[in-house]
Design a protein around this ligand. Structure first.
Ligand SMILES: [Zn+2]
Length: 291
């Protein structure tokens, strides 16, 4: 029997979400209006809290169409027209990009995230740096920041204690898998972050892209198994004498259209980097081999 090619089989393709929506007593969404192959329906920005000044978690990419929608979503889901503050999962543009416009509309708000100096310097507004374990509160809500590098060095998940809910940013998505660039911490850190999340008491995951995940442990275990299978496929390819990434992509991603082969190659690169760091594989220019 042919080996399965992937563990995570769903994708963002064709997914849509409403412009704004109520997901729980404490959590509402406003869609960032930036759909695409990697963002799905767009970035979920979250209004968190039961009171009239909720927290805004992530801000979208900075599109003008988002701002009136945020105002409308805030009014219709929370009966509010003010925000308490902004918190960010990470510095990628489709999460931080909306900050200036949101501040223009809602006043001088505190913007909190974990530090990543090389990336943060691109933004000319003040940032408040928070660490793993930081607690942020508003009406009816206690959020705890959890440092989860891998996708981005500064990546924070936020645990909503009252709902046992976890905002996973881009670490875990509502469909498909995420990108694990080397500059974000690489696959070793990414896997460690996933395993750290397994230790939480979870009822639901609210991802930065796609719908809520109601079976959080199944999803986390699938994400881990997906990468473990991929690693085995890379080891098999190396064992079979394949030395270069494009050839490995052709062997492993037989179900993926050609235009995604660059992304697939990047993914294999992250696996090879992990194997190299673990002393299992070695690299000579473009050539890879088992140690
Ligand atoms: Zn991201």
């Amino acid at each position: 029997m042919a080996q399965p090619q992937r563990v995570v089989t769903d994708t963002m393709a064709g997914l849509s979400l409403p412009d704004f929506d109520i997901w729980s007593e404490r959590v509402a969404t406003v869609l960032g209006q930036n759909p695409g192959p990697f963002t799905g329906p767009g970035t979920n920005t979250y209004l968190v809290g039961t009171g009239k000044r909720p927290i805004l978690l992530d801000t979208g990419i900075g599109l003008d169409v988002y701002d009136p929608l945020l105002e409308k979503g805030l009014s219709e889901t929370k009966g509010a027209n003010e925000l308490q503050e902004i918190i960010l999962t990470h510095v990628h543009q489709d999460h931080i990009g909306g900050v200036p416009n949101v501040k223009k509309r809602f006043g001088e708000l505190t913007v909190s995230k974990h530090i990543w100096p090389e990336k943060d310097q691109a933004y000319n507004f003040p940032l408040t740096y928070i660490e793993d374990g930081a607690q942020i509160e508003t009406d009816g809500v206690t959020l705890r920041a959890i440092h989860t590098p891998g996708h981005a060095k500064d990546h924070l998940c936020y645990y909503l204690e009252e709902e046992k809910a976890l905002f996973t940013g881009d670490l875990v998505l509502g469909a498909g898998t995420t990108v694990v660039p080397e500059e974000g911490g690489g696959l070793i850190q990414y896997m460690a972050s996933l395993r750290k999340l397994l230790e939480l008491d979870l009822a639901v995951i609210y991802p930065a892209h796609g719908p809520a995940i109601r079976d959080p442990y199944k999803k986390l275990n699938e994400y881990i198994a997906h990468r473990e299978l991929r690693e085995q496929q890379v080891l098999d390819a190396l064992n079979a004498g394949l030395t270069q990434i494009p050839a490995m992509v052709k062997r492993i991603y037989t179900d993926v259209p050609e235009f995604l082969h660059v992304a697939a190659g990047n993914s294999l690169q992250s696996h090879l980097n992990k194997l190299k760091a673990e002393g299992v594989a070695k690299q000579d220019g473009e050539e890879w081999a088992l140690v």
